[in-house]
Design a protein around this ligand. Structure first.
Ligand code: M6R
Length: 365
């Protein structure tokens, strides 16, 4: 059932190109427009929303952070993202003009379900992005977007996260076109680019030996810091969570610009820093961030788009991703981070698919 892979996590990482395709294709009609059949949102409904509230836990929350970028960029709607356990207890500002989106692979997470109920009680239009048909969250939301990732067995979420990103991009593009924020030409350009992502993801998987090599060098690290700016900061958070949950290495993620406000005090000789520098307009800023940590002795694994040269002079090791639009990089940049965590955990002899103290779905508070 693991298709020859040693762990479900590796199998699921490899299923990502297909998962991207399976989630995207059913939402594209013959004319090349996004059509989300499951939604009954009219143009009037869409124009009536004054904000979007995304609520989730763990990896699904990290997908929500990317969702915020996509929705604000393409649909020009203000978006708040919150972890479910906070949202439900904070007297959240939600009205009948709020589009509430719950994200949950399992569709059974107790806090996310409670948050959904809370939002509903406050009059929000509720939507679920989930991977499990008939799950509790899918049954209670007004609209459901199913991510067709297929069953995810490993505790560490990989392919479900990637399909949650695809879900957010398609929703953001659809809303943007319908509310007039996005010109048709730009809309089609992004869709065209997205269509090439299964192949781009596949190409990235070919580099896994290089990443294993880095993991074999770094697996003894006692602490890791993930840094990035803009949308990379959100991906860094996911990379960091993935590392800590399966390898038990202390790891944290910090917006690169925040480093010097405290966290940089912890960087010393040999500290592992994973630096994401995939955003063209933030590239130079990231280079100086990398220099700052390098000056304190950090070992830096950097990630950039193919073709960037400067980074090779600055970082200790470089992972590249295929060139694409800045807004879409998370679908690609997360893959090497998943692989890095996986190989580090394997090198440390950890039980990758069933990390200690963790359950696949958290149905209690
Ligand atoms: O099933 P859900 O998406 O609601 O689960 C949320 C989190 O528990 C989950 O993403 C968790 O953080 C994963 N172990 C991350 O890999």
């Amino acid at each position: 059932e693991k298709d020859g892979y040693e762990h479900f996590m590796m199998k699921e990482i490899h299923e990502q190109p297909k998962a991207i395709k399976d989630t995207l294709s059913p939402r594209l009609n013959d004319e090349g427009f996004i059509e989300i059949d499951e939604f009954n949102l009219t143009k009037k409904d869409i124009e009536g929303f004054d904000k979007v509230m995304v609520v989730a836990c763990g990896t699904a929350y990290h997908a929500g952070l990317i969702g915020k970028f996509a929705l604000e960029k393409f649909a020009k709607i203000p978006v708040e993202v919150d972890v479910a356990s906070e949202f439900r207890y904070r007297d959240p500002f939600v009205t009948d003009k709020t589009l509430f989106i719950a994200v949950s692979q399992s569709g059974e997470t107790a806090d996310t379900l409670a948050a959904l109920r809370e939002a509903k009680a406050r009059g929000a239009r509720t939507m679920a992005i989930t991977n499990v048909v008939g799950s509790r969250i899918s049954r209670e939301a007004d609209d459901v977007y199913y991510t067709w990732a297929g069953p995810e067995i490993a505790v560490a979420s990989t392919k479900a996260y990637i399909t949650q990103l695809v879900a957010f991009y398609t929703i953001a593009l659809d809303l943007g076109l319908k509310n007039g924020s996005l010109k048709e030409e730009a809309y089609h350009r992004v869709i065209q680019e997205l269509k090439g992502f299964p192949e781009k993801a596949e190409a990235l998987l070919q580099y896994k030996k290089d990443i294993q090599f880095l993991a074999d060098e770094q697996f003894n690290s006692t602490s890791a810091f993930y840094i990035g700016r803009g949308i990379d900061d959100a991906v860094a958070k996911e990379g960091s969570l993935k590392l800590k949950e399966i390898s038990y290495i202390h790891s944290e993620s910090i917006a690169a610009g925040e480093l010097k406000h405290g966290t940089i005090a912890l960087i010393e000789e040999g500290t592992l820093v994973v630096a994401l520098a995939t955003q063209d307009h933030l590239y130079d800023k990231m280079l100086s961030g990398i220099q700052e940590v390098k000056a304190r002795g950090a070992y830096v694994i950097a990630m950039a788009k193919e073709g960037n040269q400067e980074i090779y002079k600055t970082a200790n090791a470089v992972i590249t991703i295929p060139d694409t639009f800045d807004e879409l990089t998370p679908i690609l940049s997360v893959i090497p981070l998943q692989l890095l965590s996986y190989y580090i955990a394997v090198a440390r002899g950890c039980d990758v698919d069933k990390p200690k103290n963790l359950a696949k779905s958290v149905t209690v508070e």
